[in-house]
Design a protein around this ligand. Structure first.
Ligand SMILES: Nc1ncnc2c1ncn2[C@@H]1O[C@H](COP(=O)(O)OP(=O)(O)OP(=O)(O)O)[C@@H](O)[C@H]1O
Ligand SMILES: [Mg+2]
Length: 320
C-alpha cells in the first residue's frame, strides 16, 4: 500500500532526555491511526516532527511523499493540525479566526459549515476566542484543522476537555472524515476513543514503540483470557464444580463469587450452564469480562516501565 506516513529510525533528544528513541511507523491512506502512551512518552515530539514543526536528530520521515522538514506551502495545504496546546489569536472572534485560517488555503471549506460540524453555533462564532470554555476552544481548534479541507489530519489530544456528549459528536465527525477518505493521526488518553475510532494503534513508552496492532488484537488482546464471574446458591462452592471448570477457577474471589479464567468463554459458559441445569442449581450474578483496551494498555506500559530502568529512558514522566 502507498503510505500516507512513513517513519523509520526517528530520534529526538532534549539534553539528557531521549524523547523519541528510534521510532518506526507507517500509516496508510484513509487510515485512522491512534498513537497512545503515557505522559512524556514522546507522542507530541513525534507528531510535531511529522507536522514539520519539530526538529529531529536522526531518522527518515515521509508525510504525503514529502519530508516535512522540507515542507512547502503546497504540502501545508494538504495537512490539517490540532496542536496539543491551542494557539493564540485570543482577541479575535471565533468567526474571524476561522476566516483568517480559511484565507490561508486555496480551496477552503465554508466557515459556518465547518463550525457547525464541530458544534459551534452562530452565537459561539460571535464570541471572542479568549472567552471560550476549554471544550469550546478545543472544538474551534478542530474546526481550524478542518477548514482547509486537508487530506491528512494530525490531532494531538483533540477531545481533551470535551464533555461526554461533545466527545460522541467528535467521534461522529471523525467517522464522517473517515468516510471522506481522510487519513487521521490521533493521540488520546481516552482508551474508549481509540477503541471506537482507530483502525490501528501503536503504543509508545519511553520514546519507543512497545506494541502495535488493531484495537482487537493489540497486546494479544484477542488471545487473552476472559473472566467469568458468578454466584452459586448457598452451600454450593467452587469445589463442587466439575473438574474442567475447577481447573479454571481463580484463587482470589470477590464477595464469595466464583471467578473463572477462561480462554474460551462461550464453551466454558456452556459447560457451566449444563452442569448447573443437571443439578438444578441457579447460577446468578453472571458477568463475563473481556480485557478492555485500557487493561491491555496498562499491562503493556507497566511491562515497559519495568524494563525502562535498564536503558535509563524514563517512562510516565510528566511533561514540565
Ligand atoms: N522542548 C522541550 N525541551 C525539553 N524537553 C522536552 C521538550 N519537549 C518535550 N520534552 C520532553 O520530551 C519527553 C516527551 O515529551 P512529549 O511532549 O513528546 O510527550 P507526550 O507523549 O506528548 O506526553 P503527554 O501525553 O503528556 O502530552 C518528555 O520527557 C518531555 O519533558
Ligand atoms: Mg503530548
Amino acid at each position: 500500500m502507498d503510505m500516507a506516513i512513513k517513519v523509520s529510525g526517528l530520534r529526538r533528544s532534549f539534553g539528557e532526555v531521549e524523547a523519541v528513541a528510534g521510532v518506526d511507523l507507517e500509516v496508510g491512506h484513509g487510515e485512522i491511526f491512534a498513537f497512545l502512551g503515557p505522559n512524556g512518552a514522546g507522542k507530541t515530539t513525534t507528531i510535531e516532527i511529522l507536522e514539520g514543526f519539530g526538529e529531529r536528530d536522526a531518522g527518515e520521515v515521509e508525510v504525503l511523499g514529502v519530508d516535512p522538514a522540507q515542507a512547502t506551502s503546497d504540502w501545508r495545504q494538504r495537512v490539517g493540525i490540532v496542536m496539543q496546546e491551542s494557539p493564540g489569536e485570543q482577541e479575535l472572534t471565533v468567526r474571524e479566526v476561522m476566516e483568517l485560517y480559511a484565507g490561508l488555503y486555496k480551496a477552503p471549506r465554508g466557515v459556518d459549515e465547518t463550525l457547525a460540524q464541530v458544534g459551534l453555533d452562530a452565537e459561539a462564532a460571535a464570541k471572542i476566542a479568549a472567552t471560550l470554555s476549554g471544550g469550546q476552544r478545543r472544538r474551534l481548534d478542530v474546526a481550524l484543522a478542518l477548514v482547509g479541507d486537508p487530506e491528512l489530519i494530525f490531532l494531538d489530544e483533540p477531545t481533551t476537555g470535551f464533555d461526554p456528549a461533545a466527545r460522541r459528536d467528535a467521534w461522529k465527525m471523525l467517522d464522517c472524515l473517515r468516510e471522506l477518505g481522510k487519513t487521521i493521526f490521533l493521540t488520546t488518553h481516552y482508551m474508549e476513543e481509540a477503541e471506537r475510532l482507530a483502525d490501528r494503534i501503536a503504543v509508545i513508552a519511553g520514546g519507543r514503540i512497545i506494541d502495535e496492532g488493531t484495537p482487537a488484537t493489540i497486546g494479544h488482546r484477542d488471545l487473552a483470557a476472559s473472566e467469568i464471574i458468578f454466584a452459586l446458591p448457598a452451600g454450593i462452592g467452587e469445589g463442587d464444580l466439575p473438574e474442567d471448570l475447577l481447573a479454571l477457577a481463580q484463587p482470589a474471589r470477590r464477595d464469595g463469587r466464583i471467578e473463572l479464567h477462561s480462554a474460551a468463554p462461550l464453551a466454558d459458559l456452556g459447560r457451566l450452564g449444563s452442569w448447573a441445569d443437571g443439578r438444578g442449581l441457579e447460577v446468578t450474578e453472571l458477568e463475563v469480562h473481556r480485557p478492555t483496551l485500557e487493561d491491555v494498555y496498562l499491562r503493556l506500559t507497566a511491562e515497559a516501565a519495568g524494563v525502562a530502568g535498564a536503558n535509563g529512558n524514563p517512562i510516565g514522566e510528566e511533561v514540565a
